[in-house]
Every structure is written in C-alpha cells, then in structure tokens.
Design a protein around this ligand. Structure first.
Ligand code: G6P
Length: 370
C-alpha cells in the first residue's frame, strides 16, 4: 500500500493526479484520426462498419454511463449522427425498437460489468451486430464480445469511485466522434487534426486544473458540514454535473442531486435555502448567459453558490458566491477539465468527513453479478 501510494493519502487522490499521464497514454500512437484506431482485436475493420451505420446506441452503467451521456452531445453536435444513451440495466429488460444499422457502443472500465455485458448480448440478439467497446481492460469479456474496440490506457484503477477511467473514456469517445464524423463527411481531416492538437495539450491543461486543489479543499470544508448538495450544468456539462453529484454521494455519503440548470424552476428550486450548497459548472459557452440567470434564481432564495467559472468570464466572488476559475477555456473538450475539480471536491469532502474513501460502504469496484 504505502509505497505505491507515494505522496498521496488514498488511491483515489493518486488516480485523480494520474489523469494527465492517463490521457497522454491513451492518445499515444494516435498520429491522426482514422477508423483503424477502432479495429477489433481479431482485425475486424472499423471503416466498413462506420460507413454502414446511421446511429449510435451507447450502453453503460455508473460513471461510464455519464461519459456516454456527455458523448451524445459530441456525436450529435459535431458528427451529426443520432445518438441514444441507455443505462444497461434498463435497456436489457425493456422492449425497444432495434435498428440493425446502429453502432452499439458499450463503455466500461472493467469490461466485466454484468448489466453492460447483458445489454450488449441483448442488442446482439435483436440483430444489432455492429458493436464497439470503449474499455480499460484489453483482456476483458467486453473486448472479446465486441467487434471493434478502443482501449483506454488509464492503468489499473483501485479506488471504487472512478476518476481516471472516466476522463480517458471521454478522450476515447471524442476520438470516436471525430472518426464517425469523418466517415459521414461531417468533419474534415483538417478539422480532426486541429481537434487532435487540442487533445494533445490536455495533459498540460489538466496539470493546471490539478493545481487548483487548495481552493477546492476550502470548498470541501464547507461541504463536509452539509447534508445535501445540488449540482447544476447545461448542455454537455449537465452530464458532468451528474458525475460530480455521483462522486459526492459515493464517497462522502452526502445526498447530492444534479439537474440541468434550466429545470431548476420545475422543482429543485423548492429545496434551495442557506443550507443547500449549489455547485454550478459554468464553462464559457453559448448557454452562459442563461446559466447566469439560473444562478440569480439560486441567490435570490439564499442559496450559496460554488461556481466553476471559465477562464475568460467575468463571474466574480461575492456574498453567497464562491468562484474557482478554470485556468484555460477549452471549448468542446472542456468537460474533460471541468470534471476534475468535482472529483477533488468529493475526495476532500470525504476525507474531511473521515469516510473510507477508496472502499465506500455498500459499493463494489466491479459489479459482475446482477
Ligand atoms: C461500479 C463502480 C463504478 C463504475 C460502474 C461501472 O458501480 O463502482 O465506479 O462506474 O461500476 O463499471 P464499469 O467497469 O462497467 O465501467
């Protein structure tokens, strides 16, 4: 234990800090975005399948499900390809309308999650034979059973609460978006190259975000005394808010919920008072002005805001409003950066509460039985 942990107190903290390396390794050897990146372990060619498919169906559980929810925004927004995301345990048991031309994408850190494997087999039984997995374990059942694969290189993840697996999944899903977008003529090679350059800079950008840790620790001191927390996001940062809330409940046992900020007035606003911290993921995108008015709604009810503001925005610290500013604006890839302070927030809140961070009660790293 202690030796491998190095300067870190827990595996989760170590794994959060390993993310620059995990992303760099996941991108290693990617010279350009080509379908071959996704060829199957038995040599099945991705390009032929990418030409054939007209829709993406993502199946996953837990944190992997949230990376899929984020990818939907990329798939439809950048690659112009219809994308649905389903919780594996729901999909496997509901009656659905199969599309034989769908690309079924499973996302799994372990590659052994029982519900995700069952959902994959269910899709296959419905005649959907174009299957791809984004997976962190090359020798897993998931990789064996899917025609195509992209292996993330997060390295072994020990903390039950997933961190580096999530960000590397996002990297893999972004590459998949670019590859599919090119196959469909929606993204040019030149555009892909520009995005890839931006991805290569992620490890450096992640280091700068990790350096915000002391500021996050001071937020965590407040959170450790709370019973509830609300997370808000809009667009692709809504799934990031969901992941932030999941992390907090998993390891600190604080009840946390995430909402798309526009839904605030349809329910959660009733819960907001001075005892409800409200975390807002606020990248500088086309929805920022709308988000700011959602933030006003929270402040008007005495709620205390914790805002992850973007580099080039004028959101400032004020009474009832704590701001951490992201070092760099990152455009469509910003979910990969914005999730990191949320991981650190849950980690330090759990540490302050004295919970068993790496082995939270009632949870398992890999759920291989139903
Ligand atoms: C468990 C873990 C989560 C993980 C989920 C899916 O619930 O505690 O961290 O996200 O399983 O696991 P997978 O290996 O399929 O990504």
């Amino acid at each position: 234990g202690a030796v491998e942990l190095g300067p870190y107190r827990h595996y989760m903290q170590k794994e959060i800090f390993e993310q620059p390396r995990a992303i760099a390794e996941t991108l290693e050897g990617v010279q350009s975005v080509v379908p071959e990146l996704f060829d199957g372990p038995d040599g099945t060619a991705a390009w032929r399948i990418f030409k054939e498919i007209d829709e993406v169906l993502i199946l996953a559980c837990g944190t992997s499900y949230y990376s899929g929810c984020a990818a939907k925004y990329w798939m439809e927004g950048l690659a112009g390809i219809r994308c649905n995301v389903e919780v594996a345990s729901e999909y496997r048991y509901r009656k659905s309308v199969p599309n034989p031309r769908a690309l079924v994408v499973t996302i799994s850190q372990s590659g052994e999650t029982a519900d995700t494997l069952a959902a994959l087999r269910h899709a296959q039984s419905l005649g959907m034979t174009n299957t791809l997995t984004i997976c962190n374990v090359a020798t897993s059942a998931m990789v064996r059973e899917c025609k195509l694969s992209y292996i993330t290189r997060a390295g072994m993840e020990i903390g039950v609460a997933s961190t580096k697996a999530f960000t590397t999944q996002l990297a893999g899903l972004f590459l998949l978006t670019l590859a599919l977008g090119q196959s469909k003529g929606q993204i040019t090679e030149a555009q892909s190259d520009t995005y890839l350059e931006k991805m290569r800079h992620l490890p450096v950008a992640l280091q700068a975000v990790l350096a915000l840790e002391p500021q996050v620790v001071s937020w965590a001191e407040d959170f450790a005394r709370k019973q509830n927390a609300l997370f808000l996001g809009r667009g692709i940062h809504y799934p990031i808010a969901l992941e932030g809330a999941l992390k907090l409940k998993e390891i600190s046992y604080i009840h946390a919920e995430a909402y798309p900020a526009g839904e605030l007035k349809h329910g959660p606003l009733a819960l907001v008072d001075s005892e409800m911290p409200v975390v807002t993921v606020a990248p500088n995108d086309e929805l920022l002005e709308k988000l700011k008015s959602n933030m006003q709604e929270v402040r008007a009810r005495g709620g205390v805001l914790y805002v992850l503001a973007d580099a080039n925005t004028n959101i400032e610290n004020a009474e009832g409003m704590h701001v951490i500013r992201m070092p760099e604006h990152y455009g469509v890839l910003s979910p990969i950066l914005h999730v990191v302070p949320l991981q650190l927030l849950s980690y330090h809140t759990a540490v302050a509460r004295g919970t068993d961070v790496d082995k939270p009660r009632n949870l398992a790293k890999s759920v291989t039985v139903e």
